[in-house]
Design a protein around this ligand. Structure first.
Ligand SMILES: Cc1cc2nc3c(=O)[nH]c(=O)nc-3n(C[C@H](O)[C@H](O)[C@H](O)COP(=O)(O)O)c2cc1C
Length: 366
């Protein structure tokens, strides 16, 4: 049966996964003062016990005074937060799973709806969240190098605490992506430039530092997207040649797996081929890739934030593409947020029991 392809083991450096299903990183804002609670640990260990191959944590922020715009988003620094994360990974391992934190700096953000603001202004390459919206300061060279160091420290802590890999959040219009994007990076120093390749210096330095801190054998995942919440249709690269020029130096800097974020995994990346982003990233770099975006669901996730519910949908096309070797792993977001047992239901073909997704699932850690 085709679905067996999803249940093949996968090994790469420190990862030894029982299947190809990854829980996508999903911010939940249930960690008061940045400290993951017992409930957070239980939320993840339930998914590990129910056969998720690899869990990627919600975005968890690095040690910079304005790396977050929300006091309930977990930190990946400070004794209490790291103790909380230690309990998370212990629980996941006891339940037989593997996990990596998604380490994150949000860059220049909108202020949180609660009115909470960080102690210092948001920081980014040019103080911009999008081309016409300034809500922070331009980072000095010292800020940049301190931030690179903070990413390295977080990755080293992930390894020390016993996590199985680390993911860098380079997608969705946050700090690393704000450097990639010409709309938010107007710098004229070595961290700016006319091409996405020139504007990749920040990401490359972060990856190199993370690699230096975790060693050769620890798996580094980099999450990227062409689209941004600021502009759904945007593409950083418009041809395979441009994409190759963007991704190759990132791979050479130390990325093991590219996590290629799309809103719908079946959308082709460039005209003339039905390969998706993960398909092209694998073909162009030879690295392993993760695909993501509306797997097993009828509607995409940004519409879900506006209240649109999604029904379960066949995963046939995912299996066909995986069978062709387009990508190695498949990340599932909302289905696993709403239902810890999604993987087992897929494995056992209990399709009538699949739940779909409604916005109400966001209100609690199920
Ligand atoms: C509630 C929620 C929070 C999210 N938070 C993050 C995040 O912290 N980091 C990230 O890279 N993506 C985040 N995403 C995007 C998901 O990782 C995933 O790419 C997206 O939901 C598409 O997968 P799905 O269609 O299976 O839900 C979030 C999505 C949701 C629904």
């Amino acid at each position: 049966m085709k679905k067996d392809i999803l249940f093949q083991p996968f090994t790469l450096k420190s990862l030894h996964l029982k299947n190809r299903i990854v829980m996508a990183p999903m911010t939940r804002s249930f960690s008061p003062n940045g400290i993951p609670t017992e409930e957070v640990a239980t939320y993840y260990s339930k998914r590990a016990a129910a056969q998720v191959g690899l869990i990627l944590s919600e975005g968890t922020v690095i040690n910079r005074p304005s790396s977050s715009n929300d006091p309930n988003i977990p930190h990946f620094y400070g004794e209490k937060s790291l103790e909380g994360w230690q309990k998370v990974i212990q629980g996941v391992h006891q339940a037989g799973g593997q996990m990596g934190p998604q380490i994150w700096h949000m860059g220049v953000m909108y202020n949180h709806h609660s009115g909470w603001v960080p102690p210092v202004p948001f920081e980014g390459p040019s103080g911009l969240n999008k081309p016409d919206f300034t809500n922070g300061v331009s980072m000095t060279e010292k800020d940049i190098y301190d931030t690179i160091d903070a990413f390295g420290q977080a990755a080293a802590d992930a390894k020390r605490l016993g996590f199985d890999c680390v993911e860098l959040h380079g997608a969705h219009g946050y700090l690393i992506d704000q450097f990639f994007w010409e709309g938010t990076n107007l710098r004229t120093d070595e961290f700016g430039g006319k091409t996405v390749v020139e504007r990749s210096k920040f990401a490359i330095e972060v990856i190199k530092e993370v690699r230096r801190r975790v060693g050769e054998d620890f798996t580094i995942i980099l999450r990227l997207s062409q689209w941004k919440p600021q502009d759904y249709t945007f593409k950083l690269t418009r041809t395979p040649q441009e994409m190759e020029a963007w991704l190759t130096p990132l791979a050479e800097a130390g990325v093991d797996i590219f996590h290629c974020s799309q809103r719908r995994f079946w959308d082709s990346e460039f005209d003339g081929s039905d390969l998706n982003f993960a398909g092209w990233a694998k073909k162009l770099t030879g690295k392993a890739t993760i695909t993501v975006g509306s797997i097993g669901l009828s509607g995409e996730f940004l519409a879900a934030f506006k209240g649109e519910s999604s029904q379960p949908q066949s995963i046939e096309q995912l299996l066909e593409r995986m069978d062709r070797g387009e990508f190695d792993l498949a990340a599932v977001g909302r289905s696993l947020l709403a239902d810890p047992n999604w993987v087992e239901k897929i494995r056992d073909e209990r399709t009538a029991e699949l739940k779909g997704f409604t916005k109400e699932a966001l209100a609690a850690l199920l």
